[in-house]
Design a protein around this ligand. Structure first.
Ligand SMILES: [Zn+2]
Length: 286
């Protein structure tokens, strides 16, 4: 019997069945994670000016209104983000840094730190990791928001690298004093970040209702004039009105994959056995 004859369609079918399949329904039916309690300190670590405001400005606005202390760390100054033939990188970096600072003022963010890497040229390096570890030891946040570096679908290399460097910095490096021991000479002690919210995640499991902070979020996004291609507040208002017509009363949410160093227990199932699984996302999360 030749090898060719040995290939039977039934065998192929069996192989196909063995492929692991994602089951989003499992995630949707899990009881919700309890809200992160505050007010506390948060650090948002992103690759480019505007990343944070598109991904999580509603959550940041909510936290700032609740008395949280929020710091932004922006690894590059987005100096490639243009189609303007007359623009050059230094000028664009200055414009985008100022746009980001203005958005921070709108939201009530305490400080905005630029690390000055060239746009598109980040790598998951010991240097970048060390800079992030130092800032974590200096500002001592309870919660960090960063890019989800582990998603399987396409992402910008800076998003991926910044997410990876941040996750590696958080666990276990920032916690263990012998990593980057030179920080001790500056008087900085080791620190533990308890919660990470990964933005841009494929399978988010944590939602923050930002309905009351949507206007603030749009005001922050509108500060990034160089990136909006002429879009105005009226455009965003029209989009929202259309959404409301389509899905009346549906809360506006930001969604994250939550990663906890000490994983919190899930909230008790709201539905009793035999009842329908949870249909609506939690309104009070955050
Ligand atoms: Zn970006």
């Amino acid at each position: 019997m030749s090898k060719d004859n040995a290939k039977k369609p039934a065998k192929k079918k069996k192989q196909k069945q063995q492929q692991p399949e994602a089951n989003p329904a499992t995630l949707l039916q899990s009881p919700p994670l309890p809200p992160i309690e505050g007010p506390g300190r948060a650090m948002v670590i992103m690759a480019h000016p505007d990343d944070a405001d598109f991904l999580c400005a509603g959550t940041v606005a909510k936290w700032c209104a609740e008395g949280w202390e929020v710091v932004y760390v922006v690894v590059t100054s987005g100096d490639k983000g243009t189609h303007d033939p007359a623009m050059h990188p230094e000028k664009l970096a200055a414009i985008r840094e100022e746009e980001q600072r203005e958005a921070c003022r709108v939201l009530g963010v305490k400080e905005c730190i630029f690390l000055g890497y060239p746009d598109g040229f980040t790598s998951e390096s010991a240097e970048l990791r060390g800079q992030i570890v130092r800032l974590l030891r200096l500002y001592r946040p309870d919660v960090v928001i960063t890019w989800d570096a582990f998603r399987g679908t396409f992402n910008h290399r800076d998003h991926r690298n910044v997410g990876q460097a941040t996750m590696d910095a958080i666990y276990p490096i920032v916690r263990d004093r012998l990593f980057y021991q030179q920080h001790e000479h500056e008087g900085l002690e080791s620190h533990q970040v308890n919660e990470v919210l990964l933005a841009g995640a494929e399978n988010p499991d944590y939602t923050v209702d930002i309905t009351d902070y949507w206007e603030k979020k749009i005001a922050a996004i509108l500060c990034h004039t160089s990136q909006l291609g002429g879009r105005t507040r009226e455009d965003f208002l029209r989009d929202r009105a259309e959404r409301e017509k389509r899905e009346p009363g549906k809360p506006i949410e930001e969604r994250f994959r939550r990663w906890s160093i000490r994983r919190p227990p899930r909230m008790p199932q709201q539905a009793q056995a035999g009842a329908e699984p949870r249909q609506k996302p939690q309104r009070a999360a955050g």
